[in-house]
Design a protein around this ligand. Structure first.
Ligand code: KDG
Ligand code: MG
Length: 402
């Protein structure tokens, strides 16, 4: 069996997704997610122009060798575009191998380590008074873990909080829109949000919060300490993670657990944070961190340092990525939590899938491979629409960190 075609499909059923479909000479197919939010066409070109032609004629069973060929063989290593493209190839080859074997991918990874994958949902509200109702919706749906984001008094818009009442979709304009930020207003406000949620929902509900890389280490230390009474499961992306020594400062001041990794794309982004035990959850995704092969290697390293997985699963990761994440989540020993933002009905129709949600848990299903596909005819009805994530400025106009 040989790879005969590597097809890149770009579609926008409500938001943009890029999918790689690998087809063998005897007609077996595998799919991988190649979506990089706001940079979709860069990965599309990388796959179409550079990676796809090199795949033709290769043995699809040689997943590890193909990974090494695309990573070591490219000379230009790492980076989000390269690693998303490699991830798409790797994921598609695991899907294909599962179909050839007649087994779901989680069986190829060693089988189930748990009954289901605990997922967390998103509760977003404009004001503290509206937060309990937003959390209650998720609790009623069965979620046992909830990420809480709230509008900040004095700021017109807060990233992660919908202003329309619709589901939150951050990539909103062809040229990035601009939002404003105030660390002072934010730090003064957040503890009251969690005080309210804990008071209303008690100690049993797992609570999470995403800082979106906006603080300095000492500000993050202060936030973590102020949230300690509310026993969060994690404080996510408290600071931009280029300066990893900075996490020592946060760690020295607070016992609020730290989750990091959604913008990481290689094991080398994680290595110092793991080795120095500076984080508690690692949130890399199959789609952006080199696929199932590389992410499993990253999580194995994390396990040595008591760090659990908490993979990124926002709606800009396609159902193909979510399916792949669920197979990995089900099999690894150090699973922590999986993010789950349900896709729109339009997206779900374009990507028919076997995975399901019930009582706070997800399961990837038992179809051979990943149990997800792309309906190419339907996908063709949704042409690409340029959309970007917003940028962020302080109230005096200074461009600020994500
Ligand atoms: O593309 C960026 C989004 O996926 C990201 O902003 C969402 O932070 C996010 C999260 O934790 O889901
Ligand atoms: Mg995040």
């Amino acid at each position: 069996m040989r790879i005969a075609e590597a097809r890149v499909i770009v579609t926008c059923p409500g938001r943009n997704f890029v999918t790689l479909k690998i087809v063998t000479d005897d007609g077996v197919t595998g799919v991988g997610d190649a979506t990089l939010n706001g940079r979709e066409l860069a990965v599309t070109a990388y796959l179409r122009e550079h990676v796809g032609p090199a795949l033709i004629g290769r043995d699809p069973a040689r997943i590890e060798d193909t990974w090494q060929y695309l990573y070591r063989g490219a000379y230009w290593r790492r980076g989000p575009v390269t690693m998303t493209a490699i991830a798409a190839v790797d994921t598609a080859l695991w899907d294909l191998k599962g179909k050839v074997a007649g087994l779901p991918v989680y069986q190829l990874l060693g089988g189930r380590s748990r009954d289901g994958v605990t997922v967390y949902g998103h509760a977003n509200a404009a004001t503290v008074d509206e937060v309990p109702a937003a959390v209650a919706v998720l609790v009623a749906d069965g979620y046992r873990a909830v990420r809480v984001q709230c509008g900040i008094p004095g700021l017109a818009k807060t990233y992660g909080v919908s202003t329309t009442g619709d589901r939150y979709e951050p990539a909103d304009a062809a040229v990035p829109s601009e939002e404003s930020w105030s660390t002072e207003r934010y730090l003064a406000h957040v503890p009251a949000v969690f005080a309210r949620v804990r008071a209303e929902f008690g100690p049993g509900l797992r609570l999470l919060h995403d800082v979106h890389h906006r603080l300095t280490p000492i500000e993050a230390a202060r936030l973590g300490r102020s949230l300690e009474p509310y026993a969060l499961t994690w404080m996510e992306d408290p600071v931009p993670a280029e300066l990893q020594d900075g996490f020592r400062l946060i760690r020295a001041h607070t016992t609020t657990p730290i989750a990091v990794g959604e913008v990481f794309n290689s094991i080398w982004d994680c290595e110092q944070l793991l080795r120095e035990q500076l984080i508690d959850y690692l949130r890399c995704s199959v789609g952006h961190a080199g696929g199932i092969t590389h992410l499993r290697r990253i999580f194995d390293l994390a396990a040595l340092y008591h760090v659990r997985s908490g993979s990124h699963g926002a709606t800009d990761l396609s159902p193909v990525c979510l399916a792949a994440a669920l197979h990995l989540d089900l099999s690894i020993p150090n699973f922590g939590l999986q993010e789950h933002m349900p896709h729109t009905a339009e997206t779900d129709r374009v990507f028919p899938h076997a995975y399901r949600f019930s009582a706070g848990l997800m399961h990837p299903g038992d179809e051979p491979g990943l149990g997800v596909d792309i309906d190419e005819e339907l996908a063709a009805r949704y042409p690409y629409r340029p959309a970007s994530l917003p940028v962020n400025r302080l109230e005096d106009g200074t461009l600020h960190s994500w």
